[in-house]
Each structure stands twice: as C-alpha cells, then as structure tokens.
Design a protein around this ligand. Structure first.
Ligand SMILES: C[S@@+](CC[C@H](N)C(=O)[O-])C[C@H]1O[C@@H](n2cnc3c(N)ncnc32)[C@H](O)[C@@H]1O
Length: 338
C-alpha cells in the first residue's frame, strides 16, 4: 500500500497492482480450473479496456449509461438536497462523468466537495481525477486504486458530516446473488447509520434489447471482451492468441443476466508462464468473462433492506429500463465494523 500525492488537492492510495488484490493470479487459476471456465470481470480494465468501455458507453445499442445519465440529470439536485453535505465515495468510478452531476448539485448548495473514487484501473483513476480537479477548484480527491474490498478496509475517517457510497453503471449486476450478499455485507460494514448508498441498476427488459446492447454492430464489445486475454498475456506472461477466441454474449432468461463468454475456436492450450499454469480448451468451449444482472426493483430493494438499508427515493426513465435508488442505513442499525 503506497500513498501517491499527485497535487495539493489529489492523492491516491495504491492498494494493489492494476488487476486487483490477487496479483498472484490465484483467482485466474481457480476460474480456469472449473467445469465452466470463468475469469473475474475486473481483468477487463487495463488502460485499453477502460478506454474501450468508454467507447461502449457511446454506442447506440448500449442504453444503460445514457439512460442512467438522463435519470441523474433530473435527480441529482434532489439527491444533494436529501443527503445534505456528504462526501462521495464511488465504487468503480471509471471516468466519473456521471459523478459530475452530483458534484454540480452539491456545489450549487455550497456543500464542501470531497470525492473518494475507487477503481482497479489506476490509469483511469488518475485521468478522471485530473479532469475533475480542472473543473472544480474547491474539490479534494482522495482515490484508491484497488478492489472494492480492499478499499472498504482502507477508507479514511470522514471529513464531512456524512458519506454517500455510490455504485453506478449497473455494475452491481456483475455479482451473482451470493457475491452480492458478501459485497453488500462489507459495504454496509464500511458505512455508519444514517449514511447513504446510491445505486444504479439495470432493470428487466426485452431480450432483444439486452442482447443488442452486448453485441453491438461495430464490434466494440467484442474487442473489449477479447482485450481481457491481452491483459492476461501481459500481466501473467500468458500466450493467448486473440483470434483463436470469439466473443459470445446472450441473455440467460432464467438467471436474469447477460452472460459474456469467449469461445475457443479450436482445441488449444494456453500457458501462463509467470503462474506455472497451463489450461486446455476444447473447440467451442467457453470462458465466462462477465455476468450482468438485470433487476426487479422491488426485489433489489428487499435485498438492501435485509442489510439495514431503507429506500429514500428511486428514479427511473420513462421506459422503466434503468433505476437509480437512494438508500439510507437505518439509524437503529447495529454497527458491526467501522
Ligand atoms: C462498468 S464500469 C462502470 C464505470 C462507471 N461507474 C460508469 O458508470 O460509467 C466498471 C468500473 O469498475 C471498475 N472495477 C471493476 N471491477 C472492480 C473491482 N473489483 N474493484 C474496483 N473497481 C472495479 C472498472 O475498472 C470500471 O471502471
């Protein structure tokens, strides 16, 4: 763990290398050793992957980012009013474009501006912080490059009366139900009673709309998916040949999630030199690289309620495709950790 002071108003703590806590590659070996091979989706996000994700957000087919932005444009002033002065802790902050809407709303009310972004993509964390500093002269940024879990354990004492955790972009859908439960438990433990949690969640909708969003006509999502292999080659000395795999994404209607896979185009084996690990693939065998859950708002609200979060307000778009929900940790909740 190393603190880097970039500027008077910006420092960040490097909690791990760019791929997250398990730099020993144990999670890669475990994921590729199962019956259904999987890889953690955070390995999408090296510098190139983060740039490709920005491109995805601009695609016609990729409605989530644009829809969430539209909701926040309307809701941000109300959110700042409801929470009062509150420092913003953002999980998976990425380019923090939508965060600006909240910073603007707080600035309008003359609230102090403090932002604590958390992201595995160190390059994106730094680039977005520099951009924000140039836009907000009173903003202080204390970032964390590492995983959510690492950052929860490293958060500094509050400098404001209250703190709001933010998790936008529908990223909460990247967990299955069990992982979400573990995640919510640790997120809750990092917060104090009366504090806030703002969630952006993608909602149930027509299969065709969903599948188009993850199979764009320009092939940017395919490039993003395949880039994970390039990242692993660099990071762990692996020898994936990218054109021996193909992007495959579909909506699993029973699980209410999009699955993103990389399909092996033939029998092949891949060696991870730095990990002393080799994996073989049969033709058509896949690696599942991401799930992206689509939620029923009432069910998601109930999951939060079970951890002590009461819904303060929820906003959706006209089509009911995406929701932004503001929760507050019940003041009577027994604190299990700080
Ligand atoms: C789907 S993008 C969303 C970015 C941004 N919040 C938005 O709404 O546009 C997910 C972001 O989370 C980061 N990320 C993914 N897994 C992570 C993890 N386990 N810990 C910390 N950051 C993670 C990625 O680097 C990426 O910036």
């Amino acid at each position: 763990m190393r603190v880097v002071k970039e500027a008077a108003r910006f420092e960040y703590t490097r909690l791990s290398g760019p791929a997250g806590e398990t730099d020993d590659g144990g999670d890669v070996i475990a994921g590729l050793s199962g019956a259904q091979k999987t890889l953690p989706c955070r390995y999408f996000y090296d510098d190139r992957g983060s740039a490709l994700f920005e491109k995805i957000c601009e695609l016609d087919e990729y409605y989530p980012s644009r829809t969430e932005r539209g909701i926040l444009e309307r809701a941000a002033p109300e959110i700042a009013r409801l929470t009062g002065p509150s420092e913003l802790v953002e999980l998976g902050s990425g380019n923090a474009q939508k965060t600006r809407l909240l910073l603007d709303a707080h600035a309008q009310r003359s609230h102090p501006l403090r932002f604590l972004p958390i992201d595995v993509s160190e390059g994106m964390l730094k680039a977005s912080a520099r951009e924000l500093l140039s836009l907000y002269e009173d903003l202080h940024i204390q970032g964390f490059s590492g995983t959510y879990e690492q950052a929860f354990a490293a958060l500094p004492p509050r400098s404001s009366a209250s703190r709001m955790l933010m998790f936008l972009g529908g990223t909460i859908g990247n967990f299955d139900a069990r992982e979400r439960d573990v995640f919510l438990e640790s997120a809750t433990s990092a917060m104090a009673p009366g504090e806030y949690f703002l969630i952006g969640a993608d909602l149930h909708k027509d299969k065709d709309i969903l599948e188009a969003a993850y199979n764009d006509s320009q092939g940017v999502t395919a490039e993003f998916n395949l880039n994970m292999l390039r990242h692993l080659n660099r990071r762990f000395g692996a020898n994936f040949v990218l054109d021996r795999f193909a992007h495959h994404a579909f909506y699993n209607i029973d699980r209410h999630w999009i699955e993103m896979h990389l399909r092996s185009l033939g029998d092949q084996s891949v060696v991870f030199k730095d990990l002393g690990f080799e994996v073989t693939f049969k033709a058509e065998e896949t690696i599942r690289t991401e799930i992206s859950g689509k939620f029923d708002l009432a069910a998601l609200t109930a999951e939060f309620a079970a951890k002590g979060w009461e819904k303060v307000a929820a906003w959706t778009d006209d089509r009911g495709w995406f929701a932004v929900v503001l929760f507050r940790l019940r003041p009577d909740r027994i604190v299990t950790g700080q």
